[in-house]
Design a protein around this ligand. Sequence first.
Ligand code: F0G
Length: 461
Amino acid sequence: MTKLIKRSWAEPFKIKMVEPLKMTFRIEREKALKEAGYNTFLLRSEDVYIDLLTDSGTNAMSDYQWAGLMLGDEAYAGSKNFYYLWDNVKKYYGMPYFVPTHQGRAAEHMISKILIKPGEYVAGNMYFTTTRVHQELAGATFVDVIIDEAHDSQNLHPFKGNIDIQKLKDLFKKVGTKKIAYVYMAGPVNMAGGQPFSITNLKEVSALCKKNNIQLWFDATRATENAYFIKMREKGYEKKTIAQILKEICSYFDGLWVSAKKDLMVNIGGILATRNKHVFEEARNMVVIYEGLHTYGGLAGRDMEAMARGMEEMVCFDNIKARIGQVEYCGKQLEKYDIPMVRPFGGHAIFLDAKAFLPHLKQDVFPAQTLASEIYLDSGVRSMERGIVSAGRNAETGKHNYPNLELVRLTFPRRVYTQAHIDVTVESIAEVYEHRKKVKGLVMVYEPKYLRFFQARFKKI
Ligand code: F0G
């Protein structure tokens, strides 16, 4: 009888170039954190050891992408890199029309301006910080229609990114379908902990929108991760490739925006793509005002080349498996110390549940912000607050929004850190957990008007 032998997976690449990391002493970190107003966004990257702030623009490009940089056609108009990128937008996202943007929020800005009239509503599967601010600046009110399970960190629903069809119908009824600027779905949902939606749910949302003549848009920033979860969890998709699933997902949408700084594994770039000719014409007019000519949209030719090449790599199954496998590995190690986290583990990050981690802290003293500070102090590992600070204030009442999820995000840049870096991170979090009862909260001493989490400053209580 043959014995079953365990086979581990490993990254489908090896390391060609290294970037040294600086290690610091606690006393240096105390000083750096104080200077940064206890906001990990305000730390200098030099003072960070393992940087899990974000997976945005922090990825390692492949040799194929780096080689592409040398082929940048920096013509002001009609760069060949633009046409190559456009071909790949058609090939992988299945959208015929496209304008490049310098990053995701630039596309969000334009689409909000194009589709929203003041006083209208946008419905979506949970808010995202930059997305909502552009919707609000264009005069819309954002309405969260995600399923309730998404707001519960311990619920094991495999598709916590799904839209609650009844909530959507109720909204249509309440405000009238003419007042809905558009519906959008992000996949996976960043603020819910990197949770995917299912194709079954997407089909239902799409049918309902079509019936009511409402456009459905897609935040495809990490779409390949959503496709991976569909392959792993949804019946009928086991044998399909990531590229096939991605194309099918996109086929239900009128258009999409992408922050290329994630899936496409580049340092800068964004995409606005659509099958709607009218929206395309508007976007093409607008891009020249805010970004640059429609054939470069705020990017260098070389950036567009790296994006086009990254798109070819992003649909590689082994790449995504290794990426999500790394996130899962971190979660499983943290589990050994009973660290409270969002379940199921997400696509791009592990989200620590700061409410359960620091149950003695009220949400008004910013538990997640505090926890991110404590982890940095312990080891120089940088993470990000995704709780009450990120949720901002209610546009009408001016009061804090109090999200159910008060989280710290440990985000994994693609192809950057090793399993040993994760072990060090896990040990540090376990150490902070050990001493959690001694941790006190923070007070906010400076608050910017928009997207306050980026620049707010705090003091220790
Ligand atoms: N949509 C999603 C789902 C995002 O995660 C981001 C950025 C954007 C849009 C905006 O794109 O940064 O290129 O302008 N998320 C980063 C993060 C900042 O850390 O999660 P951008």
